[in-house]
Design a protein around this ligand. Structure first.
Ligand code: FES
Ligand code: FES
Length: 166
């Protein structure tokens, strides 16, 4: 099948490649770009493991063809750390609050939570739960993921996160 040339910005770097029209964006990211932090859980738009940020929106990259992302500005989990390589507030939150077990959902969760906090820097617990509704975790039961996002929101405001009394 004839291949099509695509270019896009990924984690701040200009990248290009040849793809078949049917190539999913997640496959382009993982196989052509070797950015394997973006996971594949279902390939049917259900789990959110493949979530990346495209032009300021959370997108499930198994739902989009690579050619549809031509010219886009994409951030993957590999682009989520601070510029100096230290952990972002969200990454630190997942670590401190035990927001992961197997870690399979974690890249998608963090990328999604990043956009959620960009749109709403001080979300309520209900808003966090609604905001990550498209991302499935089979391990943690979400409680610690919610705390991790609350931790990041608090840190961004310069305050220490205090867990609500149970
Ligand atoms: S792999 Fe894309 S939503 Fe599950
Ligand atoms: S930590 Fe295992 S699926 Fe979320």
């Amino acid at each position: 099948m004839a291949k099509i040339h695509v270019t896009m910005k990924v984690n701040g770097a200009e990248v290009e490649g040849l793809v078949e029209p049917r190539t999913l964006l997640v496959h382009f990211i993982r196989e052509n770009l070797q950015l394997t932090g973006t996971h594949i859980g279902c390939e049917t738009t259900h789990c959110g493991a493949c979530t990346v940020d495209i032009d300021g929106m959370s997108v499930k990259s198994c739902t989009m063809f690579a050619i549809q992302a031509n010219g886009s500005d994409i951030t993957t989990i590999e682009g989520m750390a601070n510029a100096d390589g230290t952990l972002s507030h969200l990454q630190e939150g997942f670590r401190q609050m035990h927001g992961l077990q197997c870690g399979y959902c974690t890249p998608g969760m963090i990328v999604r939570a990043h956009r959620l906090l960009q749109e709403n820097p001080a979300p309520t617990e209900d808003e966090i739960r609604a905001g990550i509704a498209g991302n499935i975790c089979r391990c943690t039961g979400y409680q610690n993921i919610v705390k991790a996002i609350q931790y990041a929101a608090a840190k961004a405001k310069g305050v220490e996160f205090k867990e609500a009394a149970e």
